[in-house]
Design a protein around this ligand. Structure first.
Ligand code: AMP
Ligand code: ZN
Length: 115
């Protein structure tokens, strides 16, 4: 828990969110500013600042994050149409919240490359 972290406050319930999925390692909710018909954020319950955060628990948590995301795309019926996972990291990556999160985007064709 990091005191002034928005996503830690979402996990604690201090800031409300629209829950999609929860397990021992991660919590998932709808993005407040969706950029696709489905836009879900999957966050680790433990505060890691980014995907390359060097915490001891880091490596198993990355697996848990991906496994949970795969469950969520199944739950949301995105498997057949397809989807995209995004982990923005650092300044050039466009990261704005410094608590590890994976975006699940789906529900329309997504352009490539990103802007
Ligand atoms: P990033 O730019 O990759 O760090 O993603 C941060 C995401 O958090 C953005 O897509 C925001 O729309 C989303 N976001 C910020 N505040 C909230 C909130 N209170 N509830 C849900 N999503 C949020
Ligand atoms: Zn946090």
């Amino acid at each position: 828990m990091s005191n002034d972290c928005l996503f830690c406050k979402i996990i604690s319930g201090e800031i409300p969110s629209n829950k999609v999925y929860s397990d021992d390692h991660v919590y998932a909710f709808h993005d407040i500013n969706p950029v696709a018909p489905t836009h879900v954020l999957v966050i680790t319950r433990k505060h890691l600042s980014a995907v390359n955060d060097r915490s001891e628990e880091h490596e198993p948590l990355l697996g848990a994050l991906m496994v949970a995301a795969n469950r969520i795309v199944k739950q949301l019926d995105l498997e057949e149409s397809g989807f995209r996972y995004v982990i923005n990291t650092g300044s050039h990556g466009g990261q704005t919240v410094f608590h590890l999160h994976l975006h699940i985007l789906g529900g329309r064709p997504l352009a490539w490359p990103p802007g």
